[in-house]
Unconditional design. Structure first.
Length: 257
């Protein structure tokens, strides 16, 4: 589908990596590698304690800072939780929700993903909602049903205007951190399908303005081919976002799209 309605987004997901003391060196290395005129949006989703130092380190680089999770609660007696309001107050612009690692290790459900996305929207933060099938589900040929269920669950109770403020990241679980990337055809097929689900649930305008990213072993070598697909609007990048040289190659590839 015509990409002119959507800005490419390259979002790094640092997961539980890096230290505050490393963020300045990272930004200093990244700075000269970023393209001068950039149409793509670059984002770094970092662990909570690193948000302040990354915000400071990337000042002037046109790199937005994101978080990796958020509480479903507003405020109060929720030990260990971090609210959307706190993130917005810091200057966070994006937040990953429903990453497969949170679904797998923390039992996160579609209902929680939906509640988190809504809290973020209330505070002007863009949710990056992750969906994707396991290898077993792909082999059972239920990828589309599964992903469709996750998308519908995440958007439950949202109107078109809310959905148009979200980002979806299609991340096949079998491709995350494994070095096994989905082929461009496989990734495009599911991203196009997701857009179709949104069109049916809402309308053509909402479907064409929703950015759908691909994630799962995207790297400096395979990014250009994936990003050239008509329904892939960017990437959610784990391992390769930890290396400024690799991350910048991906940002450059998105910029050329
Ligand atoms: P990966 O991680 O690029 O290391 O596969 C992607 C992700 O989990 O978001």
């Amino acid at each position: 589908m015509n990409k002119k309605y959507r800005k490419p987004i390259i979002a790094g997901n640092w997961k539980m990596n890096m230290l505050c003391s490393q963020t300045k060196d990272f930004a200093d290395e990244l700075k000269p590698l970023l393209p001068k005129n950039r149409s793509s949006e670059a984002v770094l989703c970092v662990p909570y304690p690193l948000i302040g130092s990354v915000l400071k380190a990337v000042k002037g680089l046109r790199v937005a800072v994101g978080a990796q999770d958020v509480s479903i609660y507003d405020k109060g007696a929720y030990t260990g939780e971090v609210s959307a309001e706190m993130l917005a107050d810091l200057g966070v612009k994006y937040c990953i929700v429903g990453h497969s690692e949170r679904r797998a290790y923390h039992g996160e459900t579609d209902a929680q993903v939906c509640a988190k996305a809504k809290k973020l929207l209330e505070h002007g933060i863009t949710p990056i909602i992750c969906v994707g099938e396991t290898l077993e589900q792909r082999e059972l040929d239920i990828t589309m049903e599964w992903v469709s269920m996750q998308v519908k669950g995440a958007f439950a109770g949202m109107d078109g205007a809310d959905v148009r403020k979200c980002v979806i990241a299609y991340e096949p679980v079998w491709a995350i951190g494994t070095g096994k990337t989905a082929t461009a055809e496989q990734a495009q097929e599911v991203c196009e399908y997701i857009r179709g689900v949104v069109r049916k649930l809402y309308d053509a305008r909402t479907a064409r303005s929703l950015p759908v990213l691909y994630g799962g072993s995207m790297n400096a070598k395979n990014a250009a081919e994936l990003l050239a697909c008509p329904d892939i609007d960017g990437g959610l990048i784990g391992g390769a976002s930890l290396k400024p040289a690799d991350f910048s190659v991906i940002i450059n590839a998105a910029n050329e799209e």
